[in-house]
Design a binder for this molecule. Structure first.
Ligand code: SAM
Length: 240
């Protein structure tokens, strides 16, 4: 099969997928999150946290991108829409458009998501839900979250962040999750559209603390099909 061209990216982009994209991509139902504490790690300018909070769910986001002046952060996210939309349009033939329909609609969804994020992120009451923090260290107590999501950071940037980083990051996410809580990560492919060679080795290393499974994603787009990784934190650490 012909190799699809890699997504051209230096450093990590701060994108802004919408709440609806998160719901489909991770296969989650908001109604089931009532009364739970939820964290979006590497949340970027996504509207996910804003929309969950609007539904009365106790949601937080963590990302190094949230540091500094809040208007400047929003302006940067707005510029990233320009940059990423141009890249996506230029290589549109590699993507699966069955959900988005067209590069124009893809862009409009990003713009609407950014506007919801901007209002919430800059509001006095809710702004503190966005924590400037970088994996592999998060500023949360252990055993805090029922659900932790990570969209388009872990594994996708595996060429910049290696195996040791990923092991430390997954351990940190497991520390922050409640016993019985879930971590969901998508996608599990790199920006060169390749599987991550050390994924199974990491799951094996973490097996005493987490039960791993894979579920289908409901958001077709990336050129190499990927499932969602679900890590369920064990209530009792198992001996190996
Ligand atoms: C491609 S964006 C994804 C944003 C959002 N989750 C989405 O799906 O649109 C990747 C995000 O990872 C963040 N990031 C970079 N290094 C990080 C780290 N060490 N820990 C947590 N997030 C990081 C970036 O700032 C950026 O916002």
């Amino acid at each position: 099969m012909e190799k699809k061209p890699a997504y051209p990216q230096t450093g990590v982009a701060s994108t802004c997928r919408s709440y609806e994209e998160y719901e489909r991509m991770f296969g989650i139902e908001t109604d089931k999150l009532t009364g739970k504490k939820v964290l979006d790690v590497a949340g970027g300018a996504s509207s996910f946290t804003a929309r969950l909070c609007a539904r009365g769910i106790d949601a937080y986001a963590a990302d190094p991108f949230y540091a500094g002046d809040r208007q400047a952060v929003v302006a940067l996210a707005r510029r990233e829409i320009e940059t990423s939309s141009a890249k996506v349009a230029a290589m549109s033939q590699v993507y699966d458009w069955s959900y988005y329909g067209s590069p124009e609609r893809h862009r409009r969804i990003r713009e609407a998501s950014l506007e919801s994020f901007a209002v919430h992120f800059q509001s006095e009451a809710d702004g503190e839900r966005y924590l400037a923090a970088s994996l592999p260290r998060l500023p949360f107590e252990s055993d805090t979250f029922s659900l932790i999501l990570c969209s388009h950071f872990l594994f996708l940037y595996a060429d910049q962040f290696g195996e040791a980083f990923h092991e430390a990051a997954l351990r940190e996410l497991l520390r922050a999750a409640m016993p019985g809580g879930e971590i969901r990560i998508y996608p599990l492919v790199t920006l060169a559209w390749e599987p991550v060679s050390y994924l199974n080795r990491l799951l094996d290393i973490l097996a005493a603390d987490a039960e791993a499974s894979f579920v289908p994603s409901g958001l077709p787009f990336v050129p190499l099909e990927s499932s969602v990784l679900v890590l369920r934190k064990k209530t009792i650490r198992s001996e190996r």
